[in-house]
Design a protein around this ligand. Structure first.
Ligand code: SF4
Ligand code: SF4
Length: 749
């Protein structure tokens, strides 16, 4: 973190830089000189070179960094780039109050690939309670204007999010609404800095006002389908990865003050005068030397670096003793729980107690936010709804392409009619995961003879809608398949059969064969193999073992299961779903939002844990019918990550096309193409979170699994970022995955 300017144009009364115990700012130069920037950049570059770091994160901070002006900023950025980029990718961030942000600065930040966090405390009353000019005037309009600038499509790539300091006297709903209205990619909610010597204000009768306030925001956020990323809540969930303020991940921030001094995290300024100091500076000491300072080293020790109370605490893996600065008490130093301990305990309980309803309202997220939301590691209900909607659009486009090839037919006319009169029936059929593979197969120029899907789709939709119709349906291997309903195997049907749809079922006549199948009431007709739905916590799930186009996984799919085997698989998957909800509730929400079918793969004793996803078959995963729900839960989460990312890749280019790059990864012996590494990283991130959650409750092997997947994910992220094979959107996405791992810490203020 570079303190490039040590003064500010606002005068916030909760500012730890100017208003708290440390007053070292008074003796610092107003801005970091060019000579100091140059030496600081060389120190960072030296560290990146010696440790072969693929990426370095630099946060421009203050005071107010925009007081440098465009020319000053350009100069700082040029020095950093010149020194560091020969050795590592440079991930640049800035934390600002936004007051001075204008078009020119926004263009500069976008051109220089700097992502900007803006400090903003909510609605006018909340923001202006503290965030005011020296004359007492409001900053609210200035900051909102800055946020509006960053939201513009041409600047949005530089919009990192909002940092909001909580004041429990503010109305939590109004603050939440004000933050949401700014469409931030991410919100950081910060507890106001306090210590045991200077405890936080606790107005009102309750003993845990901060937990109560945040709990209210959490419930609202969950009820509304997590419409934006709120880092605090994501970090606090089991396996959430933590932040600088929570969890046990090692601290990885060093501060370079405006005079070149090395300092520890600057929130320590709240503890006592000089608390953040190390006695070192960039002119005399390297990063490694500064990082060996005892105050930095103790924060690398995880649970061993905490006080006895925290070490014995049941939620220590999630809370991590709170922010280091908040543990300060004269006499015992930092060897205390957080001054917010009671609130933190209660907040963890509140987050656990409110995982949210099984299904959220399927309001779609704005497309701009989709990648940012997926980069949290899971994706909200709104994002899943948007992915499903775009997948449906692709299927519809393929359907039209099939019509264009064959011309208008009775089946097409029937589909169009049903789409107008019974759209839910058409939608249910087109959302079936294996309709798109069928359409793709039909359109593949090398498969001209493939069966025309439109008649069967029209019949399935008519049956679902209860609309009488008669359509000639092509027959494949004595069978017709009606997606979402089942298949009829009837020897002698010939190449085409007339299917007559009635209210209660349908009659098939073709070749030398004829059969009536009653669906209402259901009657077991010879040759009719109905699909089988099983109840799962998110609704109903299809055990798809009949559709011929499920054979799209590059692995042998199992033939139709017996009824007991299908029921057993359904029970295992349902139990696995509950395990996912227990371990990683945010991933269960993502499953709820889109997983519709499970395809059993043929068991292979040599590889009993196979699973797969197919890019064209959104909504389905293929798994070996493993009987253990704990194992099945990992397979589901892993594969659903691939499905979500595949759907996102249908919308965005995250990897530069046609480069032929191959990347070495720890989980495979062979070098992989960038998209394969991206898929691996995204899946392993989720699996890491599952094992971290289990490690927190059972330890043992789970901890080892968590460490292994964390290492794989981190190495994969770094390898991707170093490969220079990603597009700008891809770099941003992968950089955010690193945040989801809790690997980077953007400073607070
Ligand atoms: S909190 Fe930020 S904006 Fe406010 S005075 Fe401090 S540095 Fe300036
Ligand atoms: S809740 Fe309290 S005791 Fe538990 S880890 Fe956090 S600060 Fe320590």
């Amino acid at each position: 973190m570079l303190k490039v300017h040590s003064r500010c144009d606002l005068s916030c009364d909760h500012c730890y830089v100017y208003q708290h115990a440390d007053q070292t700012w008074r003796g610092r130069p107003v801005r970091m000189s060019t000579a100091t920037v140059r030496v600081a950049a060389r120190r960072i570059a030296e560290h990146a070179r010696e440790h072969a770091l693929p990426v370095v994160h630099v946060v421009l901070h203050g005071g107010e960094p925009l007081l440098l002006g465009a020319a000053g900023l350009r100069e700082v950025l040029a020095e950093l780039r010149a020194a560091i980029t020969p050795w590592a990718r440079l991930d640049l961030r800035m934390q600002t109050n936004g007051v001075l942000l204008d078009d020119e600065l926004c263009r500069l930040l976008v051109d220089e690939d700097v992502r900007v966090g803006v400090s903003f405390d909510g609605d006018r009353a909340a923001n202006d309670r503290h965030r005011v000019f020296a004359h007492g005037g409001s900053s609210h309009d200035h900051v909102r204007r800055a946020l509006a600038l960053l939201r513009r499509p041409e600047h949005r790539a530089s919009y990192a999010g909002i940092l909001c300091t909580v004041d429990v006297r503010n109305d939590p709903d109004r603050v939440y609404e004000a933050l949401l209205a700014e469409s931030p990619p991410r919100v950081d909610l910060l507890l106001p800095h306090a210590t045991w010597d200077n405890p936080p204000p606790r107005p009102g009768p309750g003993s845990t006002p901060y937990a109560d306030w945040l709990g209210r925001v959490h419930r609202r956020w969950v009820d509304e389908g997590r419409p934006m990323s709120i880092r605090l809540f994501e970090a606090l969930r089991p396996g959430g990865g933590g932040t600088e303020a929570f969890g046990l991940a090692p601290a990885d921030v060093l501060v370079i003050e405006a005079d070149g001094s090395w300092e520890q995290v600057d929130s320590l300024k709240t503890a006592y005068h000089g608390a953040a100091g190390t006695g070192f500076d960039v002119f005399g000491q390297s990063v490694d030397e500064a990082a060996r300072h005892p105050g930095v080293a103790v924060r690398q020790d995880g649970v061993d670096g905490l006080c006895a109370t925290c070490r014995a605490c049941p939620v220590v893996d999630r809370c991590g003793g709170g922010l280091y600065a908040h543990r300060w008490r004269t006499g015992s130093g930092f060897d205390n729980p957080s001054v917010y301990c009671a609130d933190l305990l209660r907040l963890v309980d509140s987050v656990d107690a409110y995982p949210g309803p099984a299904r959220q309202p399927p309001a779609a997220a704005p497309a701009d936010d989709l990648l940012d939301d997926l980069a949290t590691g899971h994706g909200s209900t709104a994002t899943l709804a948007l992915l499903a909607a775009t997948q449906l659009s692709i299927t519809r486009a393929l359907l039209v392409a099939c019509r264009d090839r064959a011309g208008s037919t009775v089946a097409w006319e029937l589909l169009v009619h049903l789409d107008q009169t019974a759209p839910e029936a058409v939608r249910a059929v087109l959302e079936h995961p294996f309709v798109r593979p069928w359409l793709v197969h039909r359109l593949d120029s090398s498969a001209r003879t493939a069966v025309d899907p439109l008649p069967a789709l029209a019949v399935a939709a008519a049956l679902r809608a209860g609309v009488a119709a008669s359509v000639h349906v092509p027959v494949r291997a004595d069978a017709i398949t009606l997606p979402t309903l089942g298949g009829l195997v009837l020897p002698g049907l010939g190449e085409s059969a007339e299917v007559t749809v009635r209210q209660e079922g349908f009659r098939v006549r073709g070749g030398t064969a004829e059969r009536t199948v009653l669906l209402d009431p259901v009657e077991l007709s010879a040759g009719w193999r109905p699909t089988r739905d099983v109840p799962v916590p998110g609704g109903w799930l299809l055990i798809e073992d009949g559709d011929p186009y499920r054979d799209c996984y590059g692995q042998p799919v199992a033939p139709r299961l017996t009824d007991p085997a299908a029921r057993a698989l359904g029970r295992t998957v349902a139990e696995a779903w509950r395990v996912v909800r227990r371990d990683v509730p945010a991933h269960a929400v993502a499953l709820d939002g889109g997983l519709r079918a499970v395809v059993p793969l043929t068991p292979d004793p040599a590889r009993p844990l196979r699973s797969a996803t197919a890019r064209h078959a959104f909504g389905a995963v293929a798994v070996t019918p493993h009987p253990d729900p704990e194992t099945m839960a990992v397979l589901l989460v892993h594969e659903w990550q691939h499905a979500k990312l595949g759907a996102a890749l249908d919308l965005y280019d995250l990897v530069e096309p046609g480069q032929g790059t191959r990347i070495r990864v720890p989980w495979r012996p062979d070098p992989r193409p960038p998209e394969g590494v991206l898929q691996g990283v995204y899946a392993h991130l989720a699996v890491t979170q599952v094992w971290q959650s289990r490690a927190a409750s059972i330890g043992g092997d789970a901890s080892a699994h968590a460490d292994r997947y964390l290492g794989w994910t981190r190495d994969g992220v770094d390898a991707l970022l170093a490969s220079r094979s990603l597009t700008a959107a891809g770099e941003r996405f992968v950089g955010q995955l690193r945040h989801a791992l809790g690997e980077t810490r953007v400073g607070s203020r």
